[in-house]
Design a protein around this ligand. Sequence first.
Ligand SMILES: Nc1ncnc2c1ncn2[C@@H]1O[C@H](COP(=O)(O)OP(=O)(O)OP(=O)(O)O)[C@@H](O)[C@H]1O
Length: 331
Amino acid sequence: MEDVSLSAKQQLPTAEYAVEVAHLHKEFGSFQAVTDLNFRIAKGEIFGLLGPNGSGKTTTLNMISGLSAPTSGEVKVFGLNPRKQSNSVRRLLGVVPQETALYEELTAERNLAFHAELFGYRRRQKGERIQAMLELAQLQDRAKSRVKTFSGGMKRRLSIGRALLHDPWLVYLDEPTLGVDVQSRNVIWDYILKMKQEGKSVLLTTNYLEEANALCDRIGIIDKGHLIAEGTPAALKAQFGSSVLDLEITGTALEDVRELLLGVAGVQSIEIIENRVAVSLASLNEGDAGTLLPVILRKVTDSGGVIRHMALREPSLDEVFLSLTGKGVRD
Ligand SMILES: Nc1ncnc2c1ncn2[C@@H]1O[C@H](COP(=O)(O)OP(=O)(O)OP(=O)(O)O)[C@@H](O)[C@H]1O
C-alpha cells in the first residue's frame, strides 16, 4: 500500500520529465479520440495543449491523471505510471477540472478542509495550508460563505486553491479561465506564473490563444486526437510567416486581390477578414521587405483598389491555428 499522508513539503522528484506521453491511443468503441500522441513536459515548464472542441484534450488529461486507461501507449508522471502508482501520482499532481468539482453547499473553508483531510494533513498544518490557499484565492473574507453564493471566477480561484493545497509539483488546468471575469483571469494568470517560478510544471488547455501566448513556454496543437504542431509560441508564429501585412481596401473585390497577391513570390497565404486582407509574408530579410511591399501595393492599386489603411504586424497564434487546422480554435 502506498503512503498518501503528507507530513513535510514534498521533494521535487528526480525523474527527468514531469510528463512523458508516448504513442498514446484512446479508442471509444470504434472512435479514435487520441491517436499516436507524443509530447514531454520538462520540470518548471508551462505547456499548453490547444485544440478545437472535441480534439481530445480532456481525454488526454484524463489519461495523465490516471482517471482513464490508455487503449495503448504510455503515460508517465515524474516517471510513474498514473494507473499503477495512482497514490503517488495523486500527491504530485494538482487537478483543476473544467467543471469546478466543489461542494456547493459547503463553505470555501470546508471545501479546502475536506481536501486537506483526504491528504492526511495534521491539524495545525491543515489550518495553515487552508489559510494560505484562501489568501492565494483572494477569498479570506468569504471563507465562511457557501460556494453556491460565489461567482464563476471565485469558484475557479477556489478550485485552483484546492488543487494546490497539497503543494503538488505538476498542476493541470483544463480551460482555467473559461467564462471568468478579467479580474479573476489576471489573478489566475499570476498564480500560473508563480507556480513556474517555484519550479512547478504546468499543463493547461485553453481555447484562448492570447492566454497560451502570454503563459506557455511551449504549445502543442492537437487536432482529431493527434499533435500537428509543437514549439514555443514564437517558433510557431515564425513557421506561419515572419509578419502579416494588413490592408484595408475599397474599390475592388477582395477575392480578386487575394488571387492577384497569391501569385507574388514571398506571399505565403492570405485571409480576408471583413473589409481587409491579411497578407502573410514569408521570412524576409530587411532588403526584401523594401522590394516586396511596393510590389504588393502596386498590384492592389493597379487592380483599381484604394488602400485606406495599412499596417505590418506579427502573426497571431489564431492565424497559426487556422492555417494548421483549417478552422478557428473556438469553431
Ligand atoms: N466516454 C466517451 N465515450 C465516447 N466518446 C467520447 C468519450 N469521451 C470523449 N469522447 C469523444 O472523444 C472526442 C474527444 O473528446 P475530448 O473531451 O477529449 O475533447 P476536448 O478536446 O477536450 O474538447 P472540449 O474542448 O470540448 O472539452 C470527442 O469527439 C468526444 O465526443
